[in-house]
Ligand binder design. Structure first.
Ligand SMILES: Cc1ncc(COP(=O)(O)O)c(C=O)c1O
Length: 406
């Protein structure tokens, strides 16, 4: 595959349906070894631990891996597999694997610190063996929706308290879905970043534990645990797919980058340079990963909320995620809303229909754009024998506009 050039290709030539931007990663080094530095962030030993932990939670079920054969035929590719995270723990999103796991790790650390014991298990905490300690803990986060729901759910099942900060853009329906798990809701007035700052300020003087899905100087361990939690998806895919159908390409939606980094980092460690071609897909107004790749350093974007892909409306990369993505992702792309709306519609037309919100369908939307655009299709090496994996990170959750935006 010829993807190493730093050329920026603009899609949407006469063959393609949507105008989109496409950037082969100028910093790609596919043969780079997965060193101790990367292993500190994600590694296969912790992957197995997290997998054993999360699969022991009540109501755990692998999410379905769908074979969208008709759509694959229309797009001229060999196979199209869609991992439907809409069914994850009844929360409707893959985020259930991250925030809730972060909450558990905080409680485990506190129990170990206060009882001077090591090896405290999630099962003990789930069964209420450390109820007194857990009930004295308050976890907190700012969210534009799914992450806060996962944190609130984790707090509920592991027996601690949660306070979730919501900027104005978050719908009432999404607020209700978070409050349902007993979280105290704080409505903020400024931007999402202001809500993050307020949650952190309050956490400091009220002795709360911040469960952040993006890393910053004082907080890398929890975002790291959260990314490791997401890798459970790949353990399931590994069990669900025959070896002969191992993906050749993955399309991954990007917000702050934690989700994409968890997938690409895991595949990099497991398969080295033989890993699938990875393409990160963002809304065109919230393309902080694309811009970071283009500038060769973390780059912020502003005015990110003008998209229906509300969960991907992030202006700043997570530095920890960026560290893994910078050299390992093959290409970045920025897509218009129409592409994700079309992906949602096409999923709804499958037999049986697949329900997804626009953020959840954005990976598929990226595939739709590239599959119909001769130049970028050639660049990523998509062909009639490609096996493509997309992860539907969010199902459709009833809200004011049919799904919960933001
Ligand atoms: C449905 C959905 N998909 C993808 C993402 C992207 O994840 P990340 O912000 O880790 O890049 C999010 C983030 O909230 C999300 O809610």
């Amino acid at each position: 595959m010829d993807i190493g050039e730093s050329e920026q290709v603009v899609g949407g030539d006469k063959d393609s349906s949507f105008p989109f931007r496409f950037l082969p990663n100028p910093n790609l080094d596919r043969a780079a070894p997965y060193t101790l530095a990367e292993q500190w962030i994600l590694n296969l030993a912790r992957h197995r631990e997290v997998h054993d932990e999360i699969t022991s939670w009540p109501d755990y079920q692998p999410t379905p891996l769908l074979d969208l054969a008709a759509l694959a035929g229309e797009l001229g590719i060999g196979r199209l597999r869609y991992k439907d995270e809409g069914a994850r723990f009844g929360l409707g999103t893959f985020k259930a694997l991250g925030g809730a796991y972060g909450v558990l790790r905080i409680i485990q650390d506190e129990v170990q610190r206060l009882t001077r014991r090591s090896g405290v298990t999630g099962r003990e905490i789930l069964e209420g063996a450390h109820e007194e300690i857990a009930s004295g803990i308050t976890v907190t986060c700012a969210t534009d929706g799914n992450h806060g729901r996962s944190v609130a759910w984790g707090a509920r099942i592991f027996g601690c308290n949660s306070v979730v900060y919501l900027p104005p853009a978050v719908s009432r329906a999404r607020e209700a879905a978070i409050a349902e798990y007993g979280a105290e809701i704080v409505r903020t007035t400024g931007s999402y970043d202001d809500a993050v700052a307020e949650a952190q300020r309050d956490a400091q003087h009220l002795e709360r534990f911040v469960v952040s899905d993006t890393s910053y100087e004082a907080n890398v361990n929890i975002p790291r645990d959260i990314m490791q939690g997401y890798t459970v998806i790949l353990a399931e895919v590994g069990e669900q797919l025959p070896e002969s159908e191992r993906p050749t390409h993955v399309f991954l939606q990007g917000g702050v980058g934690g989700f994409a980094a968890s997938v690409v980092g895991h595949l990099w460690e497991a398969h080295g340079a033989a890993r699938p071609i990875s393409i990160v897909v963002e809304p065109d107004c919230a393309d902080c990963l694309f811009q970071s790749a283009s500038h060769g350093r973390p780059t912020s974007v502003t005015d990110v909320h003008r998209t229906v892909m509300g969960c991907l409306a992030c202006g700043e990369v997570s530095p920890l995620a960026w560290y893994l993505l910078e050299r390992s992702v093959d290409a970045f792309m920025a897509i218009p809303d129409e592409a994700s709306e079309t992906a949602v519609r096409l999923l709804g037309e499958q037999v049986p229909p697949v329900a997804a919100g626009p953020s959840g369908a954005a990976g598929l939307a990226g595939l739709l754009c590239i599959a119909q655009d001769r130049k970028s299709r050639e660049t990523v090496g998509l062909s009639g024998t490609s096996c493509v994996l997309v992860i539907g990170t969010e199902g459709a959750i009833e809200g004011a506009s049919g799904y919960l935006e933001g």
